[in-house]
Design a protein around this ligand. Structure first.
Ligand SMILES: N[C@@H](CCC(=O)N[C@@H](CS)C(=O)NCC(=O)O)C(=O)O
Length: 200
């Protein structure tokens, strides 16, 4: 299989962490591409008409996207139980919250990278950060017992979202006021799957 990738993408990283955690790294060739919302790489468009990464090309040539579909496919392929039936709605909600954090964080980064200073909106950037901060507060208040339990896709998604905040939005100091979550992440980031997928 081929994974259309970029090391900096938190969505790609999530897929790569799942590959490591489920013992499937040898089955996938990582194809790193340079792609932006304005200039989408051909390999990306060929695999995903909406021009986003990651996309996973299966041996039969079928391309899967987005990252949530890919990780669910990989979990089923490895029978890894990252989507436990007994708590599936909680797991999917936690995964969704992590994706909302990643969406806001990526869009905020794009605002600075791809738009001119005149086009950039500080109000919009603050609103995006407000969504992130609100989600972190709720996770810290209500989800720590889940995060203390056996690892599922929720843990991996939150771990990759927090890693991206460190990577692109370090100056925002997301740890402030969410001590439990910050402490949890200090352990999570030491996993081999996280260390080996750290963007340079
Ligand atoms: N919901 C998608 C989001 C993927 C996504 O936004 N990827 C970014 C890279 S981090 C991208 O390809 N952006 C290009 C664009 O928005 O045109 C997923 O989970 O795979």
């Amino acid at each position: 299989m081929k994974l259309i990738s970029s090391p900096a993408s938190p969505f790609v990283r999530k897929v790569r962490v799942v590959l490591h955690e489920t013992g499937q790294t040898a089955d996938v060739e990582i194809i790193n591409v340079t792609t932006t919302p304005f200039k989408v790489a051909d390999e990306v468009l060929g695999a995903n008409p909406t021009g986003r990464i990651p996309a996973l090309i299966r041996p039969d040539g079928v391309a899967l996207h987005d990252s949530r579909v890919i990780t669910r496919y990989l979990d089923a392929r490895a029978k890894a139980s990252l989507y436990p039936e007994a708590r599936i709605w909680e797991v999917l909600t936690l995964e969704s919250m992590a994706h909302s954090i990643m969406d806001s964080a990526v869009l905020t980064f794009y605002e600075g990278r791809f738009r001119t200073p005149e086009q950039q909106s500080p109000e919009w950037i603050d609103a995006q950060w407000g969504k992130i901060a609100g989600a972190l507060k709720v996770i810290n208040e209500r989800w720590m017992s889940h995060l203390a339990g056996p690892m599922d896709i929720g843990h991996i998604s939150i771990g990759c979202a927090l890693a991206y905040l460190d990577f692109r939005h370090d100056a925002r100091n997301w740890r402030q006021g969410v001590d439990g979550l910050a402490e949890w992440y200090e352990n999570f980031k030491e996993r081999d799957s996280m260390k080996t997928t750290t963007p340079e």
